[in-house]
Design a protein around this ligand. Structure first.
Ligand SMILES: Nc1ncnc2c1ncn2[C@@H]1O[C@H](COP(=O)(O)OP(=O)(O)O)[C@@H](O)[C@H]1O
Ligand SMILES: [Mg+2]
Length: 247
């Protein structure tokens, strides 16, 4: 199968610092990939290079047939790459529906012309549809995001990402700050994205999460891919050995 995303010997230098020294891997459509590695291994730099925030110093990044080297972050997002940052970037004072459509609220039309009035009924309807599509447990789209639990906020961030019709969702440590009983719910959301044919790259330190939902795991060490393994065919000990450099 043609990969959705393919990286070939990607390198990134910040002045004298070589954050990425040769990263290669391919991701199939609908595949869930874990990105693992110790602090400083290059995980965040790699994701920012895929989303266009950083420009690779060398190597190739292909997504859905396009060479991303010439694309800016807006164009890469339009191609179908969504990144959910660890801080989620939500407006805590606003409700769920507003957060899902933050910055691009549908406006009413009058005689075919857009009126610059936000169509609140439509926002709520579409936000509810997104939440339902995800099977997320958010009590009402009128709840203030700041009043929701960490797992529910994570659901809102994922629902927001879905409104861009992504082919790939990148999640940075989505379960790191969650209560134990909320982790399973977020993992269920990852499985739901996969069922919908959306590929996921999951950055996580929690190997139990990785083994629960990921198809494959790659490990970065000092800016290089040092392992690329099918989760069903490896063990936590093997992965840990790769992360710490004993493998
Ligand atoms: N903007 C930057 N300028 C200079 N060095 C950076 C920058 N971003 C990251 N680095 C360096 O690149 C290396 C990889 O960092 P990072 O990608 O944040 O790793 P990780 O996310 O795996 O913890 C580190 O040595 C870090 O200090
Ligand atoms: Mg990081």
């Amino acid at each position: 199968m043609t990969p959705l995303l393919e990286l070939v010997d990607v390198r990134k230098k910040f002045g004298a610092v070589e954050a990425l020294r040769g990263v290669s891997f391919a991701l199939a459509p609908g595949e869930v990939l874990a990105l693992l590695g110790d602090n400083g291994a290059g995980k965040s730099t790699l994701m920012k290079t895929i989303t266009g925030i950083h420009r690779a110093s060398a190597g190739r990044i292909l997504f859905a047939g396009a060479d991303l080297a010439s694309h800016d972050p807006g164009q890469i997002r339009a191609l179908g790459v969504e990144m959910i940052y660890q801080d989620l970037a939500l407006a805590r004072q606003q409700d769920v529906a507003s957060n899902i459509f933050l910055g691009r609220e549908p406006t009413r039309r009058f005689l075919g012309l857009p009126l610059h009035v936000i169509d609140r009924a439509r926002i709520e309807r579409e936000a509810e549809a997104m939440i339902r599509r995800l099977g997320a447990r958010v009590p009402s789209v009128r709840y203030r995001v700041g009043d929701l639990s960490g797992g529910q906020q994570q659901s809102v961030a994922i629902a927001r990402a879905l409104t861009f019709a992504p082919k790939l969702v990148i999640m940075d440590e989505p379960t790191a700050a969650l209560a134990v009983r909320e982790v399973e719910h977020v993992l269920e959301l990852v499985r739901e994205l996969k069922r919908q044919g959306i590929a996921v790259i999951l950055i996580s330190h929690r190997l139990t999460d990785v083994f629960a939902v990921c198809d494959r795991a790659i490990v970065l060490r000092q800016g290089r891919t040092v392992a690329d393994e099918r989760v069903a065919e490896t063990s936590m000990n093997t992965i840990v050995a790769h992360i710490v450099g004993a493998g």
